[in-house]
Design a binder for this molecule. Structure first.
Ligand SMILES: NC(=O)c1ccc[n+]([C@@H]2O[C@H](COP(=O)([O-])OP(=O)(O)OC[C@H]3O[C@@H](n4cnc5c(N)ncnc54)[C@H](OP(=O)(O)O)[C@@H]3O)[C@@H](O)[C@H]2O)c1
Ligand SMILES: *[C@@H]1O[C@H](CO)[C@@H](O)[C@H](O)[C@H]1NC(C)=O
Length: 279
């Protein structure tokens, strides 16, 4: 029997990881804020190995060891304590965006990393591993490959080695390699305002592309395959920024627009009552 991965949040990132997991032979159980019926379109495009349930039922399911948590950070403080999550490996994709969350003092002051902030809302029997937060959803979708010589690296951070091993097994099966950056306190090394946050994966665009051309190029592009040596070199020399959190206004416009177009597509599907996988 194949392993089942649970999902809390199935938007750009959660939905993409679910797609890759099903493609790799896993079963998935998906949940969002609106309830299982709203996910029927997503389930039917993923096929018979996907089903929808509530986040609370996924939290209680003893057959599920790994849960991908991919909701806006502002939903974490209320949702997580209400679910009764225990003994799970939580793959946390969260990023801090002050424009979305409002300012959070513990994060702005670098007292906590975003992983440590999320962990505060989890029972201590759960093991959080930060992953998938630093790659654009379209790159995550386009770049999975079983060809190891051509695979890219996803940094991970967490305080439990066994959980990181399980994460690595999962990630390898869906077509990536992991690089263990260390404990949750070091997850800032691949949070916003670092080289490993999105930028390192960007391939070089052909010259002379205009704004629309760049959007089209990047949306279809694959992330740079990175070696361990390259990852090590960059991560070892990354310094902690006093500017904390994602600042969309600082990113190239063609990239923010790809992401915003995807959010707009999701909002449209949502309004029509039929969420879809957008990638
Ligand atoms: N987009 C990217 O390229 C990217 C890349 C890396 C990391 N991230 C980070 O990953 C996280 C998720 O981002 P995203 O872009 O995937 O978001 P998204 O597309 O907006 O999807 C969010 C998902 O979370 C669900 N959700 C919201 N509140 C919930 C609640 N209270 N209970 C259960 N489910 C809830 C939503 O369900 P409903 O639709 O029913 O509300 C939706 O399925 C964020 O922290 C983001 O910064 C994003
Ligand atoms: C891997 O390499 C080939 C070129 O040899 C390329 O066409 C392919 O798209 C690459 N990336 C992935 C993710 O497979």
């Amino acid at each position: 029997m194949s392993e089942t991965i649970g999902f809390i949040g199935v938007g750009q990132i959660g939905g993409t990881v679910a797609r890759l997991a099903v493609d790799a032979g896993y079963k998935v159980v998906l949940s969002n804020s609106r309830g299982p019926e709203s996910l029927s379109g997503v389930i039917s495009s993923l096929g018979e190995n996907a089903k929808a349930d509530t986040s609370a039922n996924i939290a209680k399911d003893k057959n599920i060891k790994i849960i991908v948590l991919s909701i806006p950070l502002n939903a974490v403080p209320t949702l997580l304590p209400s679910l009764g999550l225990k003994n799970k490996v939580i793959l946390d994709t969260s990023n801090y965006y002050p424009v979305r969350e409002g300012n959070l003092e513990e994060l702005d002051s670098n007292k906590l990393t975003t992983s440590e902030y999320v962990s505060k809302y989890l029972d201590s029997s759960n093991k959080l591993v930060k992953i998938f937060n630093n790659i654009f959803s379209f790159h995550l979708r386009n770049s999975a490959t079983q060809d190891e010589s051509n695979q890219t690296i996803l940094p991970i951070a967490g305080d439990d080695d066994e959980a990181k091993k399980l994460t690595n097994d999962f990630v390898q099966k869906i077509g990536y390699k992991t690089y263990d950056v260390g404990p949750s306190s070091l997850s800032w090394k691949f949070e916003p305002n670092t080289p490993f946050y999105g930028g390192i994966y960007l391939p070089e665009a052909p010259k002379d592309l205009d704004h629309d051309g760049l959007k089209e190029f990047y949306k279809k592009s694959q992330a740079n395959p990175l070696t361990y040596e390259k990852a090590k070199e960059v991560l070892d020399s990354t310094e902690r920024s006093t500017v904390v959190g994602g600042r969309p206004e600082n990113y190239p416009k063609y990239l923010t627009e790809i992401v915003y177009d995807l959010y707009a597509q999701q909002a449209k599907d949502k309004a029509s009552g039929n969420s879809k996988l957008i990638l």
